[in-house]
Write a protein that binds this ligand. Structure first.
Ligand code: LMR
Length: 394
């Protein structure tokens, strides 16, 4: 029967990454997948992570299974990091999931049990994997307007208009808490208040993808949209990723948080999360979880990690500014990038220009025009600016 399989298309992000690995050109540059790189073009293991690993190797006694939802230390720490210290943790059912993608899928699978034939709204554009994940969980996926016609800013009025006219009670709305992927364009806090208010009035459920905490304005600042949503919504889903802010990409550490109106529902919600996990990957991997829990509970490692997040954010910021200046020096106005936040910038380049950059210059960007700003380095900047300026004329 296997002869009936046809070839699936390559993934629009990880497929390009694989093509990059195979490219024999010495001058190639990878600006596709969202991975932080230092100015030498390496994805380092954070110092706080290295120290935590040394501690774990000394102290860890077992590789036995973890609880289905992950260990208590991790869950307590992650609740505090994302929800702040004032929150009533009795209302949240939290699970360690393999990466942010794991959180999205387990969250959607769990919601599907109470929302059969449910509808999931995603921004247009959104992270390339959102549609597939929510569809796989059985949802109909619809998209709401997000980008303005010039593709340089938020179409806030269009977003509100569409959700208000077409949204229905019980619809789920995927929102990016910060550092919108792929555009880097975030609503202001005032706009968040309006979004939150509209969804509450329409009885739509916010489902927050929080993959870049710390990469926008700061660890606490980036969680502000979640506080706004929590004020208006008694129920909320949050999918966090620790891949980026801890640099733990391949350790697969994420967290699903489902907040209920009252602690009375939490046990039932957690039991449903557990059953979604059990029939999928059974229970989570230990090592990455141990790293995160060790760092966040250690009086020396936690501040060290926070300052490493600050350093990553400021490097990305300086690369974005250098790109804007480099383009300006070549007579191109890319000033709109200054308002974008996080790892990605949406350059406005089209798929043909992206192909041209890959084929002619060995510079890999996603076909939507998204570049990983964190992949730029001081030494590659001129080459990239020259190539983009040339691509603009293609
Ligand atoms: C990205 O958008 O590049 C990252 O979230 C990595 C991925 O899995 O796509």
């Amino acid at each position: 029967m296997f002869e009936h399989f046809s070839l699936a298309p390559p993934d629009s992000i990880l497929g390009l990454n694989a093509a990059f690995e195979k490219d024999p050109r010495a001058q190639k540059l990878n600006l596709t997948v969202g991975v932080f790189k230092d100015d030498a073009g390496q994805t380092p293991i954070l110092e706080s992570v290295q120290l935590a690993q040394a501690k774990i190797f000394q102290q860890q006694k077992t590789k036995g299974y973890l609880p289905i939802e992950g260990g208590k230390d991790f869950i307590d720490q992650i609740n505090r990091l994302v929800l702040g210290s004032e929150f009533d943790y009795g209302r949240v059912a939290t699970a360690h999931t393999p990466g942010g993608t794991g959180a999205l899928r387990v969250g959607a699978d769990t919601l599907a049990k109470v929302l059969p034939a449910g509808r999931f709204w995603v921004s247009n554009p959104t992270w390339a994997n959102h549609n597939a994940v929510f569809q796989a969980a059985g949802f109909e996926v619809l998209s709401y307007r997000y980008l303005n016609a010039a593709k340089t800013g938020l179409d806030f009025a269009g977003m509100l208009e569409q959700l208000s006219q077409q949204g229905r009670p019980g619809d789920v709305v995927c929102l990016h808490a910060c550092c919108h992927n792929p555009t880097g364009i975030d609503p202001t806090l005032e706009q968040w208040r309006e979004i939150s208010d509209l969804l509450a009035k329409k009885k739509m459920l916010p489902f927050v993808d929080f993959a870049y905490q710390g990469f926008g304005d700061g660890l606490q600042e980036d969680a502000k949209p979640i506080s706004i949503l929590m004020r208006d919504h008694s129920e909320l889903v949050i999918c966090g990723s620790l891949s980026k802010n801890f640099g733990l990409y391949s350790e697969r550490v994420g967290a699903l948080m489902m907040i209920s109106e009252s602690p009375r529902s939490t046990d039932a919600v957690l039991s449903q999360i557990r059953s979604s996990i059990r029939c999928n990957y059974s229970n989570p991997p230990r090592h990455g979880e141990a790293i995160v829990a060790t760092i966040l509970s250690d009086a020396e490692l936690a501040p060290k990690w926070r300052s490493e997040v600050d350093q990553m954010r400021s490097r990305i910021h300086s690369m974005r500014n250098a790109l804007i200046q480099g383009m300006e020096a070549r007579g191109k106005n890319f000033g709109f990038l200054a308002d974008q936040k996080g790892m990605f910038s949406y350059t406005g380049l089209n798929p043909m220009q992206a192909d041209w950059l890959m084929n002619q210059k060995g510079i890999y960007i996603v076909g939507t025009g998204r570049i990983n700003v964190a992949g730029l380095t001081t030494s590659s900047m001129d080459r990239v600016c020259d190539a983009i300026a040339e691509a603009c004329a293609v």
